[in-house]
Design a protein around this ligand. Structure first.
Ligand SMILES: CC(C)(COP(=O)(O)OP(=O)(O)OC[C@H]1O[C@@H](n2cnc3c(N)ncnc32)[C@H](O)[C@@H]1OP(=O)(O)O)[C@@H](O)C(=O)NCCC(=O)NCCS
Length: 178
């Protein structure tokens, strides 16, 4: 269990999966995510087994009083090059823009840099996903560039912003933190 100011990050339990299915079938939640809905409980169980063994690893995000609100994880953990991509979804829409994403990412970054000793954490965000981009910048991610036509969504190509945070950025932030 990893503790932040607002959230806890814990292992995904099978009992979380029905809530995840609800979120990933909500087009508002998945507007900026790569899902191919409709997704069934069977699809979610396959995802669960994939995300608990191998190069991808998911965790559940809950509030400090135990409300399941999202998930976060590593995508494509690359030990040879000491890097991973990061993915996050706060599925409870009433909690968007209230700092939960920033807190969860900050907690996970602490684990990735300080415990696992990674060098780089990267991610892609759709150029129109302003909330996510702002959230990532608050966590210390910097923009590296725009990947043109990175995704095909709703009948059109969408550009993505490539962002990353390096160990040196993380260490600098830690030094500056009160
Ligand atoms: C993206 C996501 C993880 C961010 O988590 P969150 O808890 O909502 O984000 P936070 O509150 O920590 O930070 C969001 C910031 O963006 C700001 N913001 C919100 N809407 C915005 C907009 N349209 N334009 C610019 N900034 C915006 C918020 O005000 C906040 O900044 P502030 O603290 O300086 O005021 C969450 O909203 C989510 O899961 N969305 C759906 C799935 C998704 O898009 N995942 C990411 C895919 S790359």
């Amino acid at each position: 269990m990893l503790e932040g100011a607002l959230v806890r990050i814990r292992a995904v339990e099978q009992g979380d999966l029905p809530t995840f299915v609800k979120w990933i079938n909500d087009p508002e939640v998945t507007t900026y995510l790569q899902f191919e809905p409709p997704m069934s409980m069977e699809d979610e169980v396959v995802w669960y087994h994939h995300m608990t063994a191998g190069k991808d690893k998911a965790f559940s995000i809950e509030t400090r009083d135990g409300r399941l609100i999202g998930n976060i994880g590593m995508i494509g953990l690359d030990w040879r090059n000491r890097k991973t991509d990061l993915g996050i979804m706060i599925g409870e829409k009433d909690l968007w823009s209230r700092g939960y994403g920033t807190d969860a990412i900050t907690v996970l970054l602490g684990y990735l840099f300080d415990e696992l000793g990674l060098e780089r954490v990267g991610l892609y965000a759709d150029v129109g996903n302003h909330r996510a981009i702002r959230c990532y910048e608050k966590c210390g991610f910097v923009r590296e560039g725009v990947v043109r036509h990175h995704r095909f969504k709703d009948g059109r190509y969408v550009d993505s912003v490539l962002m990353s945070i390096l160990r040196q950025d993380w260490d600098e932030r830690r030094k500056r933190a009160p």
